[in-house]
Write a protein that binds this ligand. Structure first.
Ligand SMILES: NC(=O)C1=CN([C@@H]2O[C@H](COP(=O)(O)OP(=O)(O)OC[C@H]3O[C@@H](n4cnc5c(N)ncnc54)[C@H](O)[C@@H]3O)[C@@H](O)[C@H]2O)C=CC1
Ligand SMILES: O=C(O)C(=O)[C@H](O)COP(=O)(O)O
Length: 377
């Protein structure tokens, strides 16, 4: 079996080399000829899988993307050609939720803003939005959930309409898929009109797709004096982003909100399971076989924590300011894609075991840390 995999997908050889011959490709530069005689194509988000790319594919049986978003894949075309398709739903939901939490605490520290008592609107309550909501329950932040689709199909029992959410919230975070047309279109969901109506100083986070916010309209509003706090992981027209926006952004990053080692590895593993299912082979390899031991594994809490202390614990595992600094120092020399390719290791909160003697055990566990209660000893 011939397997063609994106060069930025980790652990492909470890998972797939027993199944066939693995070759790598540069995700933004895959030529249609490279698909001749290929059985399995494994992509990340930067490869457009469309009619042109598949024009030379003579024996393709499986296409997989190790991502949550599938806006780069023509799934109808795959179905018409009887090519099996898998994405990796939820693979990096924890990573994105933790990116947002790291951003909230860093913002709180830099602006001396207390998070408790503030209102956060979560736009799109799927794997990521739900994970974020679950982690933040109990933090004293009021959460407004906006997801008309889940509300209408009865899988979410609360929903607030977008414009009402934007008018009520202090912070807003977007977790919608990129939908280019139709009733629930998300392309430029935050458009010029909505940007102009946002409260002055509102914190706006986008870790979904760049096109969900009209970047040019955002820049125009900021240049005309609109005051906003911005956290942008995703940008329109990546990798050629609107760099003039950077000076107005508090925390910026190169589309890495989902790039924990666990998140990326889960994506590869989910495709491995999909290929094994299609070819009727037992899937014997698991994530635990491959994830390295994290650099930091344990901390100890003795007494009542302040919000500031909680932020410090979050930032022990992941501080968004590292990624903001990397982008600002290196974007011009290295470029967006090279920064993504060389992204330094990042782990999830669950890799930190907390020996806890405080009353905050439940909250720390809710955030995702591995809490070991020591009160009883
Ligand atoms: N920055 C990054 O590294 C990453 C970005 N993403 C992006 O985040 C998106 C969301 O991921 P998941 O939560 O896993 O997807 P999901 O499909 O589980 O959830 C998306 C939710 O958005 C809702 N939605 C759709 N249109 C909406 C609208 N107009 N208004 C409000 N809600 C709407 C859907 O009903 C659904 O519940 C992905 O499609 C992907 O584009 C995903 C992973 C990593
Ligand atoms: O899962 C998604 O959707 C994402 O956006 C990824 O986390 C980032 O995608 P890559 O560009 O690394 O494939």
């Amino acid at each position: 079996m011939k397997i063609l995999a994106d060069q930025n997908m980790p652990l492909v050889e470890e998972y797939f080399s027993d199944l066939g011959e693995v070759k790598r490709f540069d995700g933004r530069n895959l030529a249609s000829e490279a698909l001749r005689d290929v059985d399995v194509l494994l992509t990340r988000s930067v490869t457009q899988v469309n009619k042109d790319l598949l024009s030379e594919a003579n024996q393709l049986k499986f296409v997989g993307t190790a991502t949550i978003g599938i806006d780069h894949i023509d799934t109808e075309l795959l179905a018409q050609n009887n090519i099996a398709f898998s994405s990796a739903p939820g693979c990096n939901a924890i990573a994105v939720a933790e990116y947002v939490i790291s951003a909230l605490y860093a913002y709180s520290q830099e602006t001396n803003t207390k998070l408790a008592g503030k209102t956060l609107a979560i736009i799109g309550v799927g794997s990521i939005g739900q994970c974020l909501r679950d982690k933040l329950l109990g933090m004293g932040i009021e959460l407004l959930l906006c997801d008309p689709i889940r509300y209408e199909n009865g899988t979410l029992n609360e929903h607030i309409e977008l414009d009402t959410a934007l008018s009520k919230a202090d912070f807003v975070t977007f977790h919608v898929p990129l939908i280019k047309s139709g009733e629930h279109k998300t392309h430029h969901l935050l458009n010029a009109e909505r940007i102009n109506k946002l409260k002055s100083g509102m914190l706006v986070i986008n870790a979904s797709r760049g096109e969900v916010i009209d970047n040019q309209a955002l820049l125009t509003a900021l240049e005309s004096g609109k005051k906003l706090e911005l956290v942008l992981d995703v940008w329109e027209n990546e990798p050629n982003i609107l760099t003039d926006l950077l000076s107005y952004v508090r925390f910026s990053s190169v589309h890495i909100a989902g790039h924990t080692q666990e998140g990326k590895a889960r994506g590869t593993q989910m495709l491995y399971q999909g290929v094994c299912r299609l070819f009727d082979v037992a899937a014997t390899k698991t994530l635990a076989d491959f994830l390295p031991i994290p650099a930091l594994t344990k901390c100890q809490i003795e007494q009542t924590l302040t919000e500031h202390d909680l932020g410090r614990i979050v930032h022990l595992v992941y501080d968004i300011r590292r990624d903001d600094g990397l982008l600002r120092a290196n974007l011009q020399n290295q470029g967006f894609d090279s920064l993504r390719k060389n992204y330094p290791p990042r782990r999830e909160f669950s890799t930190l075991s907390i020996e806890n003697r405080s009353e905050h055990g439940a909250m720390l566990a809710q955030l995702g840390f591995n809490v070991i209660e020591k009160n009883e000893e």
